[in-house]
Design a protein around this ligand. Structure first.
Ligand code: HEM
Ligand SMILES: [Cu+2]
Length: 568
């Protein structure tokens, strides 16, 4: 459903200034969002490249391509790059940066220069990591477990931990910026319970970023200090305690998995609403569940350590608390389902990603409950079951949410549509490739194949071949959008609000002017106040309540008639 007769606004944030300096010294949150987008896209494909190398080696049970050492480096680089340099910054730093001020009716984030600084810090961290890749890699696993990382590894541990340290700082500063922005810069009338759910999810994410990431930073510095100066914090030979490292690491890294997934949960809420043209069922519960997830996430780190000398009573406590985390996540899934129920759904690309997300996130979350049960985890710990569990959530969930959001807001960002047919095709390829890659891993894991080995028992080969085939398909699914997004920048059909979606961000032109809104918007209604969906496209049966883009004349905002300044 693309609008007709839309033209690009004359001046927008992309053409208001020219030259590389206008990008590298920009304080416009929209441009900074794009800077992040370019950086994390590079990291995404670099990390993905290592994934394909891992899967190639695992095509056969023997070691035919790489030595054990090389293989260790590949899976470590794969994890470090994709977790710290792609998943953690992905949605907050790109879509969040771009959209938060637009969605709350502000001109920019609270601290625009700090925002630019955060990107530079991220780049410095990435350069450390790229340097590590160039000079020979690191082999500790993304978890940097001690005493291996402090004492025995012969690879570039210090540089890698410094890279993570830097990107952690970037993450903290971004979170801080968002919290202040959301508190202080909402448009008049935009009360907390009128906020889009995406904003709620980023708010919860930012709290985790600010409170948990410093612990990671300290931990990384301690590893470097221990390796460099043998201070004896983690190394038992020096009087240290290696399990202390695991506590510190997981105290960050469990909440961190929610830094990765919460933003996607927010994106999916937006998509479900826009493509059913309905208010999200149980809006308040969905909003508050984001905060609940953030709070609970701090008290379950021990479920990663059942087999690391923890007392059975401590284990029981962590187990029970882990089950609690599942409740607010389930609230979201139930409410999305209720929103879809009897909705008239349009199956455009972003919605395909959202639907894929719901299924995979649900399976990923439920298998988390398997792992949270102490007895079962004894069997499944460090097997491919765990790999399958977190890839379902992190790739099937977080990455799908990111892609869904990217497609949905693409016309907002660039004023042009991606080719819808190709979008749907690639969403389908991603879904099929994804399931073929990771579903077999639940089975091989359950049967006992351990993670992080480059040779394996021959009886696991068939399932591994399926997984490798799946990941090749997945690779194609990810490359397609890269091509057609770039193509669309020039040749895509001009569009302003092709979904006829609600929300302040759609009230201004696409791409937005440098200052976002020509006049301060004022909010008079709750989020997602959609009129009844027209029975046929173009024919409107319901009543508009708020004076937002009437679907009949979607060109109003695009041509900059001043409608964008109108009351929402
Ligand atoms: C919602 C988003 C979630 C994400 C992104 C996520 C991610 C992860 C990751 C990355 C790991 C592996 C860490 C490693 O390298 O060893 C993991 C393991 C684990 N997850 Fe999740 N998880 C999520 C939800 C859950 C839930 C809801 C539960 C339980 C209620 C859970 C329970 C576990 C347990 C117990 C392990 C440890 C398994 C083991 O190593 O023995 N997860 N998860
Ligand atoms: Cu966890």
């Amino acid at each position: 459903m693309i609008e007709e007769n839309v033209s690009l606004p004359r001046i927008h944030y992309l053409n208001s200034h020219y030259g590389w300096k206008s990008w590298l010294f920009t304080t416009d949150h929209k441009r900074i969002g794009l800077l992040y987008m370019v950086s994390i896209t590079l990291m995404f494909f670099l990390g993905g490249f290592f994934a394909l190398l891992i899967r190639l080696e695992l095509l056969t049970p023997q070691a035919d391509m790489f030595t054990a050492d090389t293989y260790n480096k590949f899976f470590t680089l794969h994890g470090v790059i994709l977790i710290f340099f792609f998943l953690v910054p992905s949605i907050p730093a790109t879509l969040g940066n771009f959209l938060i001020p637009l969605m709350i009716g502000a001109k920019d984030v609270a601290f625009p220069r700090l925002n630019l600084l955060s990107w530079y810090i991220f780049v410095i961290g990435s350069l450390f990591t790229l340097w590590v890749v160039a000079v020979g890699g690191i082999d500790t696993g993304w978890t940097f477990y001690t005493p291996y990382s402090t004492t025995f590894a012969n690879t570039h541990v210090i540089a890698a931990t410094l890279g993570v340290f830097f990107t952690g700082f970037s993450s903290i500063l971004t979170g801080l910026n968002f919290i202040v922005t959301i508190h202080k810069m909402r448009a008049p009338g935009l009360t907390w319970f009128r906020l889009p759910l995406f904003i709620w999810s980023l708010y919860a994410t930012s709290i985790i970023q600010v409170l948990a990431t410093p612990v990671l930073g300290i931990t990384m510095v301690l590893i470097a200090a221990e390796r460099f100066a043998k201070v004896g914090i983690f190394d038992p030979a020096l009087g240290g305690d290696p399990v202390l490292f695991q506590h510190m690491f997981w105290f960050y890294s469990h909440p961190a998995v929610y830094i990765m997934i919460l933003p996607s949960l927010g994106v999916v809420s937006e998509l479900i609403s826009a493509f059913t043209w309905k208010r999200v069922f149980g809006y308040k519960f969905v909003a508050v569940s984001s905060l609940m997830i953030a709070i609970f996430s701090f008290i379950v780190w021990g479920h990663h350590m059942y087999v690391s000398s923890m007392s059975i009573y401590a284990g029981m406590l962590f187990s029970i608390l882990s089950y609690l985390v599942a409740v607010p996540s389930a609230v979201k899934v139930f409410n999305w389902t209720a929103t879809l129920y009897k909705g008239s759904v349009s199956y455009d690309t972003p919605m395909l990603y959202a639907l894929g997300f719901i299924g995979l996130f649900t399976i990923g979350g439920l298998t988390g409950l398997f792992l949270a049960s102490m007895g079962l985890d004894r069997h499944l710990h460090d097997t491919y079951f765990v790999i399958a569990h977190f890839h379902l959530i992190m790739v099937g969930g977080a990455v799908m949410g990111y892609f869904g959001g990217l497609h949905y807001w693409w016309p907002k960002m660039f004023g042009r549509m991606y080719p819808e047919w190709w979008g749907r095709l690639s969403a389908l390829i991603v879904f099929v490739g994804f399931n073929l890659s990771f579903f077999p891993q639940f089975i091989i894991g359950y049967l006992g194949m351990p993670r992080r080995y480059h040779v394996y028992a021959p009886e696991f080969q068939v399932l591994n071949v399926m997984s490798t085939a799946g990941s090749s398909i997945l690779g194609v699914g990810y490359l397609l959008p890269l091509v057609y997004f770039i193509w669309s920048l020039r040749y895509g059909k001009v569009a302003s609000n092709p979904w006829r979606a609600k929300g302040l961000e759609w009230e201004t032109t696409s791409p937005p002017p440098p200052e976002n809104f020509l006049e301060q918007p004022i909010v008079t209604e709750e989020a997602y106040n959609y009129p009844t969906r027209p029975a046929q496209p173009g024919k409107q049966t319901g009543k508009l309540t708020g004076g937002l883009n009437p679907p009949a004349s979607p060109t109003a905002t695009a041509t900059g008639t001043g409608r964008e300044a109108e009351v929402v």
